[in-house]
Every structure is written in C-alpha cells, then in structure tokens.
Design a protein. Structure first.
Length: 487
C-alpha cells in the first residue's frame, strides 16, 4: 500500500443469538446498536432492531427463522433499512422487501430509499383540487376522491372491498396513473385472484404488486405497507400520479400486535400496543399532492379495513376513520340483497368532495343523497301498508330508479361521459317508470348509441365542462332519441 493511500475499514459489532421467539430474536453483544439498525444473521437473512434493554437487543427477523441458531454469530450493519426502487418495478410482483418473486428475474433499481421516510412537509404540499375518477358511479357521485387523498374502504368481510379497489385500479388505464396494489397478511389464493384480474385487463402495464401473504413472516407483513409507500414516493417525487391500495390494514394491525406482544410491550385496548395509532398515522400521512415546483406529483391512498358485524367503533376502524379524509362504507345488508357494489350512500363521505368534484357532476348529484333518504323513509311506510300520496309514489319510483342506477357489475367501469348521461336521465325523470332490466339496457346501450350517431358530442363531456341549460337540452334530446329508437 502506498503511503498517500488511506486504508478503508469496515467496523462491525459482533454479537450472538440469545433467544429465538417467533420472528423476534434476542441478541447480545451489541452495545452500540440503535433502533432501526440492520443486523446480518448470515445466509442472506437480516433483521432490524425494534428495541433494546441493558442486557440484549430485540431484533425483528426479516427472513427464514429456520436458519437462526442459538449462539450463532451476528454482525451489525452501519445502515438502516433502505429498499430498491425504480421504473423497472412497474409490471412486477415483489415481496415486502421489494425483491422479485415472479418469473422474470432481477429488477434493476434506480436508487435506494429509506423505508420509514418522513412524509412531505406542509410547505411542500399543494391543495387537493384534482378529481380522481374511479369509474364507480356511486363513489364519483356521492363520495368523490381527489388526487393525494387518503380514503378508507371499510366494511365486514366478504362485502366486495377488494373487488371495488381492483375496479378503481382497472379504471386508471391510459390515464398516466401508476397503481400499487399492496397485499398484507391474506392468503396466497387471494393474491392469485387479484393478480389474475389485473393480468386479464392488462392493468399490470401500469401497476406494481407488492405482497406479504399470511405465509410470510410477521416482520415482512409489518414492513410491506411502508415498502409500498416508499415505491409510490419514488414516482410521486418525479411528478407522477400514484394510487396505492392497502389490502388490508386490519391484517397489518394484527401482525404488529403479534410482534409487540412478543417484544413484551404492554397491551392496550383490544390487546393492541399503544403506538398502533402513531404507526398507522405515520403511514397515512405519506399520501400527498406536491406543489408544482416539486414536480406536482401526487400519491392517493385507498386503505381497506375490516369491521365486525358493521361495528365501526372498533379500535382499528375508529383509528383509521380519524386519520383519513373520508370513508367508503360497504354494507353486508346491501350485499346480501344483490346491490353491488354494496356502498352505503348515507355513510360514505369524502371531505374533499366540494373541492375536487367537477361542476357538472356536482350539480347533477346534488340532491341524490336527499332522495335516497326520502326513499328509505317512504319504504318503511309502504311496509306498514299505509296509503301513499301521489308525491310519495313519485319519490318511491325515483328512489327505486336511483338504487337500480347505482348498481354496477364488477369490472365494468363507467367513463365520465357515461356518468353524466346516467345522472341527467335520472334527474329528468326518464328512469322513473322503467324496470330494472330496462335501466340496465339503457346503461349498456346509451353510450354506444351516441358514439355511433354523435361522437363529437362525447368530446364535449369532459371533466372541465361547465353545466348550462343548452348542454342539458342537448343531452335530453339525445336521450329522447334513444328511447324513441328502442321503443
């Protein structure tokens, strides 16, 4: 070695494994460790320090527990958990540590980002005014989303929450929005179904699937939503719009409760640790709409959570409701009656609605919620076999038309123009005396009727179009022509 050359040393602490307890490894000998520091167990297995005391450090295992032996040597690393990110992740299936688990080989990373990155500051954020079109009529009309929003999808098991979220992903095709589907703690069959839906509709061309199934270690299930947010932030910082679906946060809370009990932390309400609120708030806060001088990118969150028999006062659901910008509530009662998507219009809200909903859609749906309330009240009177006035009969027919109109088949998404046509036909009374089959026929054929006869009119029905009487008269004329043609 030449005299003017400096020798490079890689100094590591050496410790040993003291105790192995279901994904939590107690290690000794690491006198200078810190929270979040990575530990190398050898054989490609790593861990992350989650706590320590005078005698030992408590490490979260991020790998195969069968490779860990008592008294084996371990080495501390001089860094925290950084994950690879990049453009090449689009179209790929990766695990909770952003390592590929599909058949297409390694992924070239553009850079590495700290997984627990801080959320964008208030000064870096812009006002949420951009409409996020979901293609689901009941959401776009009654609980519209804005880019950069945090929205909760909540309801009992088997009410179609995942299907609804996947439909929203499918609707982002050719819109320049990158979608990240994050599966947490669910079965492998659930993952296979979700991937098959995305593959069938070519949605993987603009999507990333990141997962930690129920068979994955608890550490990976704990990390995976933060990994998904880290991937999303990479694209958001480059001026792109991102949608991240967390399916679901309830399973994440279960995995963190398991880890906390193994870490011997005192349990709180429903046996969850006291910092579960902080953990989820830290995650939800990373959704943002950045200012134009920072690229103007956005990251929108759809967080799915389970309720038990419709009880939204549970610890995790009530926590998530308080830290998001609204919720889409799915009712098991509506689902069992064949109303799908089973979105309960009266309990589904969005605090961004007035700022982001296009003026035309806002005007056409302004009385929709009120009419649904009136319909429910009159339905109770009709159940008592009480005589209904002519006005009540009219409201009854209108309410039934609304319910039928808001039904939407799975994987059948509506364009903005279709939603405008449907709502105008409802408001003008064209659907009041139609059967459910006739309303479905109208929904299936009106767009094609206009596209073949007056395609230039569809170009006018954009999100920035302003409502006026001339536009409504033109829509009414087209609808009248359609009904004359079909009889």
């Amino acid at each position: 070695m030449k005299l003017n050359e400096q020798a490079k040393f890689n100094i590591k602490e050496v410790g040993w494994v003291k105790h192995v307890r279901k994904n939590i490894i107690k290690v000794g000998g690491l006198n200078y460790c810190s929270n979040g520091q990575l530990i190398d167990f050898g054989e490609g297995v790593s861990g992350m320090i989650l706590g320590f005391n005078e005698r030992e450090a408590l490490t979260l295992l991020l790998g195969d527990e069968s490779k860990i032996k008592i008294s084996q040597k371990i080495f501390s690393q001089n860094n925290s958990l950084f994950l690879p990110v990049g453009e090449d992740f689009i179209g790929r299936l990766v695990d909770g540590l952003c390592q590929p688990i599909d058949k297409y080989g390694p992924i070239k990373a553009d850079e590495e980002i700290f997984v627990f990155n801080e959320a964008a500051s208030t000064m870096d954020r812009d006002t949420n005014t951009d409409f996020f079109h979901t293609g689901v009529l009941v959401i776009d009309a009654l609980a519209p989303l804005g880019k950069g929003q945090r929205q909760l999808i909540i309801g009992d098991r088997m009410t179609g929450k995942t299907s609804l979220a996947l439909d929203i992903i499918l609707n982002q095709k050719d819109k320049g929005i990158i979608c990240i589907y994050c599966l947490i703690g669910k079965s492998f069959s659930s993952l296979a179904k979700a991937v098959s839906v995305l593959y069938k509709h070519n949605a993987l061309d603009y999507s990333i699937v990141i997962c930690a199934t129920a068979a994955s270690c608890a550490g990976e299930q704990y990390i995976v939503p933060f990994s998904a947010a880290t991937l999303g932030e990479y694209f958001m910082r480059r001026g792109k719009d991102v949608l991240v679906v967390f399916d679901d946060i309830t399973k994440h809370a279960w995995s963190y409760r398991q880890l906390s009990l193994l870490l011997e932390r005192p349990p709180g309400r429903e046996a969850y640790p006291g910092d579960i609120f902080y953990l989820h708030a830290q995650l939800m806060e990373r959704a943002a709409k950045l200012k134009a001088d920072l690229g103007g990118g956005s990251m929108t969150f759809l967080a799915i959570a389970d309720t038990l028999q419709g009880d939204v006062t549970g610890f995790i659901p009530s926590n998530l409701i308080s830290m998001t910008d609204g919720q889409i509530y799915l009712s098991s009662s509506l689902f069992s009656h064949g109303i799908k998507p089973a979105v309960e219009p009266l309990n589904s809200v969005s605090i961004m609605a007035g700022k982001v909903q296009p003026d035309l859609l806002k005007q056409l749906s302004s009385t929709l919620r009120t009419k649904i309330v009136q319909y429910k009240d009159i339905s109770k009177m009709a159940g008592l076999r009480a005589g209904l006035s002519a006005e009540a009969e009219m409201l009854m027919k209108r309410g039934q038309a609304i319910i039928n109109l808001l039904k939407q088949p799975k994987e059948r998404l509506y364009s903005f123009a279709e939603e405008v046509l449907f709502l105008r036909a409802l408001e003008a009374g064209y659907l009041d005396n139609l059967t459910n089959e006739q309303i479905n026929s109208f929904k299936d054929n009106i767009y094609g009727f206009i596209k073949s006869g007056q395609p230039q009119f569809l170009l006018r029905l954009k999100e920035d179009v302003k409502p006026d009487s001339d536009l409504y008269q033109e829509i009414d004329k087209i609808i009248n022509d359609f009904f004359k043609k079909v009889g």
